[in-house]
Design a protein around this ligand. Structure first.
Ligand code: TXA
Ligand code: MG
Length: 326
């Protein structure tokens, strides 16, 4: 199959209407999209990504007005969050209506919904009579794509079209928020909206960010987001010593003062210590470092503020791939 890269939402719309999967830009990461209401189209996403069918997909809609079409029993705090953050990097987990196929939600009675903030994808959704199921456009478990080229690296020849919306502005996936019986927020994945900002709108949130013990929500799986070479996290100087016989690449927030000899490449995510900027460069930096010729990536923990915890969560899961490749 020829893969075209272009900027025309109506070309994407045509392929999607024909039941194909195409890549779409969002503000967080690129998605691999298909008609969310058609099981055969959704199945293509699982096959292309080699994604286990127990990992549910997020459904993308063009406006908050569509919410009651696909979800019911929507708590007031969900509307508050949607009004505050949509279009934007927030996914709401809500009780699903039956027109959403079970394949999309992996048999759960809830669905993840989000209005992405990207003009091309909003134009696309407005042209379509159906919403788009779209996970990140990377093979399951690998680093998420933040440019059309990242998508092409992986899916060239396998999908007909990549809608190119430029580099992603946020750079990490959406924050996923569900609700308990009382309508209080439960965080399933830290992402592009900081926990504090969610709590400022919806009140204190419970964290349900756990691990392999919960295969129903594998954004939460222990090993994920993993580059092709091993990654370890912690203090750079001591890790460089431990791994002194290896060629190491360093991922850090600000450039280090003194660089050990065995560190061959350094990527500083934000010299001005801006964690939004760090998030924007995070996944593409992992790709750069895995191609740098190093044997190992040493990553320093990010500070515990703003998007720091979301980045640390991804680092932890990337590191877990060395211990537990499953
Ligand atoms: O920013 C994003 O959210 C990107 C862009 C493309 O929108 N999408 C994305 O999709 O990150 P994906 O498939 O890589 O991650 C979706 C996560 C999965 O980990 C899944 O477990 C969780 O959302 N999820 C989806 N539906 C769920 C549900 N009903 N209950 C709990 N978790 C759910
Ligand atoms: Mg993903």
């Amino acid at each position: 199959m020829d893969t075209l890269i272009g900027t025309d939402p109506s070309v994407a719309a045509e392929h999607l209407t024909n039941g194909e999967a195409v890549a779409i830009p969002t503000e967080t990461v690129y998605g691999l999209a298909a008609n969310a209401l058609e099981e055969a189209a959704v199945m293509k996403i699982f096959l292309l990504k080699e994604r286990p069918v127990f990992d549910p997909l997020i459904v993308h809609i063009e406006s908050i007005d569509r919410l009651p079409v696909y979800a019911e029993e929507i708590p007031p705090s969900a509307y508050l969050l949607a009004k505050t953050f949509w279009p934007g990097p927030l996914t709401l987990i809500l009780k699903k209506k039956s027109l959403i196929p079970d394949l999309v939600t992996s048999g759960l009675d809830t669905v993840g919904l989000r209005v992405p903030s990207h003009p091309l994808t909003i134009q696309l959704l407005e042209q379509l009579p159906f919403p788009l199921a779209a996970p990140s456009a990377n093979p399951f478990g690998y680093v998420s794509p933040t440019t059309a080229h990242h998508v092409a690296d992986q899916f060239h020849g396998k999908i007909p079209y990549i809608l190119d919306g430029g580099p992603c502005r946020v750079g990490i996936e959406s924050t996923i928020v569900g609700f308990d019986e009382q309508g209080r927020p439960v965080i399933y994945r830290q992402g592009g909206i900081a926990l504090r900002d969610v709590e400022a709108v919806a009140g204190a949130a419970k964290l349900m960010l756990s691990t392999s013990s919960n295969p129903k929500a594998p954004g939460m799986m222990k090993s994920h987001y993993a580059p092709k070479i091993p990654l370890v996290c912690g203090d750079m100087q001591s890790l460089a010593k431990v791994h002194r016989h290896k060629k190491c690449a360093l991922l850090c927030l600000t450039p280090p003062g003194e660089i050990p000899q065995n560190i061959v490449t350094v990527v500083a995510l934000s010299p001005s210590e801006d964690l939004q900027e760090a998030a924007r460069h995070f996944f593409s930096s992992l790709r750069t470092l895995e191609q740098s010729g190093a044997d190992l990536i040493i990553a320093e923990w990010m500070p515990d503020r703003d998007l720091g915890p979301a980045l640390n969560d991804r680092l932890r899961r990337a590191a877990a791939a060395n211990e537990d490749p499953s």
